[in-house]
Design a protein around this ligand. Structure first.
Ligand code: SF4
Ligand code: SF4
Length: 72
């Protein structure tokens, strides 16, 4: 299954729990700061371990409910 996520960058608090949750490497640290002063993480469709499957482990791990998952 192919998946995709959307990250609400203004909700992100840079805890990186989602990066650890995604075993495919589809979420990477961000460089740009949001209004809260956090560098929101970014989604990459093709991670180091493959493409996003829509497994939602990242969304479950996020304490800020900043991630929405879409499955195709
Ligand atoms: S849905 Fe799964 S594969 Fe896709 S970014 Fe989140 S943890 Fe990674
Ligand atoms: S788990 Fe949520 S708050 Fe933490 S870095 Fe990921 S998107 Fe941001």
């Amino acid at each position: 299954m192919k998946g995709e996520i959307k990250i609400d960058r203004e909700r992100c608090k840079e805890c990186h729990l989602c990066i650890h949750a995604c075993k495919r490497g589809n979420i990477v640290p961000g460089k740009e700061y949001n209004a809260g002063g956090y560098r929101a993480v970014c989604f990459v469709q093709e991670g180091a371990g493959g493409s996003c499957t829509g497994c939602a482990l990242c969304a479950i791990a996020c304490p800020e409910a900043a991630i929405e998952v879409y499955r195709g």
